[in-house]
Write a protein that binds this ligand. Structure first.
Ligand SMILES: *[C@@H]1O[C@H](CO)[C@@H](O)[C@H](O)[C@H]1NC(C)=O
Ligand SMILES: *[C@@H]1O[C@H](CO)[C@@H](O)[C@H](O)[C@H]1NC(C)=O
Ligand SMILES: *[C@@H]1O[C@H](CO)[C@@H](O)[C@H](O)[C@H]1NC(C)=O
Ligand SMILES: *[C@@H]1O[C@H](CO)[C@@H](O)[C@H](O)[C@H]1NC(C)=O
Ligand SMILES: *[C@@H]1O[C@H](CO)[C@@H](O)[C@H](O)[C@H]1NC(C)=O
Length: 516
């Protein structure tokens, strides 16, 4: 019987196994102190590309991203950090950070501060590079400060002397735990990031981790450093090579060969035209837990928008809306990475319910009354051309169990087994020359078989869903500003790197809509 209530799931917060793995809870929502913050009034307002309103709306609807609680320093100071596979530096907020002390800046950036760090209260604090930390966001906002080292506690494990940014000038009120390739850190002198340190300090054997975001109705998921939990996915784990992006391995990029929409027994390809237009190179996708929505090349998203009778508001928000009626649809999207690897995402997973009271922000001529946000948007909304590359954020990642293996430069992927409460850990080793073969729980209760039910039920043991009638309301408050894209290094960035990164990523997705 695998169906267990959410409260029980949350109780499993921390589990450190005897093996060299480290499992830790991740929380869904918007961290920090930003409860109950009202959206700004829409008087005479036109949504500009840099408008924070769009990201506020996205966050209001999606409930934000995924973050974890950690402690920094001795004694430990509690800290909240956004978990981000799309960047590589850890950075925290300095107690003196400008945003945290200025109402004007909070208004401007639409964000408040989550807990900050005071170096004078930590006996293990060391300054590493004075003024050396500078992460620039593509809308030209940035976070700057020193690089420091201090002890960093995650789950029960303390990493000694982790290098991280200590930001005193910031545009967002929550730090980021970047868990990407260390080659991609924003420093002039590269340094071992948290993934390197976990391996170097013997916590894990292999620079790899698995991310389980879980059902969007669930408040928590988890991250497993150094292992694979075979109870969290269904069928065989596929292994895909990570591709270089530009010259180096900087992001978790895999090739993607198609995306199909299945309805009434018919199948429509949304990505073929894009794939065909790329010649031999094919299309690709970046897996980014730090982005809330997913973004497809315009041609592909347009096909979906038309097929699903969605609507893109070019005039104001730049967002694509969809009829909430599709929350009870049995249509499904299949993201095909490879002839052996595809992930099914029910269309209803891409229908994000709007909260009441947002009506004034939406265009009057929508072809439906019950307005939801579409979980897929066009990469054109970045104001930049990402070519045949898609950015797959949380709306996709929830349906997948993904193993990020930095040592072997491989991605392991399988259909997620939602609300799994059991654990079966397979430890990873860097000695092998590949991710191991891994088999999850039996397929069959998956969405793939749920074509004639209203809601997908993935719980084994017949866990019938208690939620009725499809529509659920997201109850997370407020509005972090994510008016910015993924961090890029200002020090020593090659032009190609910048080009490659242009258009990529806001922490919570919405931000990308108004950069540049
Ligand atoms: C981790 O901490 C929790 C709570 O303090 C404790 O119950 C548990 O035994 C610890 N686990 C390990 C492996 O130290
Ligand atoms: C998973 O749990 C959440 C509650 O935390 C529930 O709303 C949801 O329906 C469950 N999902 C499945 C597939 O059973
Ligand atoms: C396709 O999948 C197979 C098996 O999972 C893998 O060996 C192969 O490298 C993959 N090819 C690409 C281009 O991803
Ligand atoms: C893409 O190419 C394939 C193989 O050449 C072809 O069958 C298909 O019709 C093309 N699709 C589109 C949308 O151009
Ligand atoms: C979302 O926005 C609405 C309208 O301003 C507001 O009433 C509501 O409290 C917000 N909800 C959350 C969860 O932020």
């Amino acid at each position: 019987m695998k169906f267990v209530a959410a409260a029980t799931v949350a109780a499993l917060a921390v589990a450190v196994s005897a093996q060299k793995t480290l499992e830790y809870e991740i929380k869904k929502g918007i961290p920090g102190l930003r409860m109950g913050r009202p959206l700004p009034p829409l008087v005479g307002k036109r949504f500009g590309k840099r408008d924070t309103l769009t990201s506020m709306i996205v966050n209001n609807i999606t409930g934000g991203g995924y973050y974890i609680d950690v402690e920094v320093g001795t004694p430990g100071q509690p800290m909240t950090m956004i978990l981000d596979t799309g960047s590589s530096d850890a950075w925290i907020l300095d107690v003196e950070a400008d945003l945290c002390h200025s109402k004007t800046l909070q208004e401007k950036h639409g964000d408040y501060c989550s807990p900050t760090y005071d170096s004078s209260k930590s006996s293990t604090y060391k300054l590493a590079v004075e003024d050396g930390f500078r992460i620039q966001y593509l809308d030209s906002s940035e976070a700057t400060g020193d690089y420091i080292t201090d002890d960093f506690k995650i789950a029960n494990m303390t990493i000694k002397d982790l290098q991280m940014g200590l930001a005193d000038k910031v545009a967002m009120g929550t730090g980021v735990l970047g868990i990407g390739f260390p080659e991609n850190v924003a420093a002039t002198d590269k340094y071992p990031n948290i993934i390197d340190q976990l391996a170097e300090q013997g916590v894990i054997n292999s620079r790899a981790y698995s991310l389980y975001l879980n059902d969007r109705r669930s408040a928590t998921g988890n991250i497993l450093f150094g292992g694979i939990d075979t109870n969290k996915f269904m069928g065989e784990l596929s292994v895909l090579p990570i591709q270089r992006y530009g010259l180096k391995y900087s992001h978790f990029v895999v090739s993607m060969s198609d995306l199909t929409l299945t309805y009434n027994g018919q199948e429509e390809s949304a990505l073929q035209a894009v794939v065909n237009s790329t010649g031999v190179r094919g299309a690709s996708a970046i897996l980014d837990s730090g982005t809330t929505l997913s973004y497809l090349p315009d041609k592909a998203s347009t096909i979906l928008v038309e097929a699903l009778n969605a609507y893109t508001d070019y005039a104001k928000t730049g967002l694509t809306f969809i009829d909430c009626g599709l929350l009870s649809s049995d249509m499904k999207l299949t993201f095909v990475f490879n002839h052996t690897t595809s992930i099914v995402v029910p269309v209803q997973e891409m229908v994000l319910d709007m909260l009441d009271g947002l009506d004034e922000y939406f265009p009057p001529d929508l072809p439906f009354d019950d307005v939801c946000l579409f979980g897929i948007q066009s990469t054109n909304s970045f104001g930049d051309d990402m070519g045949a590359t898609s950015l797959l954020g949380d709306t996709f990642l929830r349906s997948a169990y993904v193993v990020y293996d930095l040592d072997h430069k491989q991605i392991g992927m399988a259909q997620a087994n939602w609300n799994s409460t059991e654990t079966q850990i397979l430890e990873l080793s860097s000695d092998s020359d590949s991710l191991p073969a891994a088999t999850g729980v039996q397929d069959g209760q998956a969405t793939t078989t749920a074509t004639d039910t209203v809601k997908p039920s993935r719980t084994a043991g017949g866990g019938s869903s208690t939620t009725d009638a499809g529509k659920e309301t997201v109850t997370v408050t407020s509005t972090p500003v994510m008016n910015a894209a993924r961090a890029i290094s200002t020090a020593g960035v090659d032009v190609l790197g910048v080009m490659v990164l242009a258009g990529v990523f806001s922490i919570f997705g919405g931000g990308v809509l108004f950069m540049l």
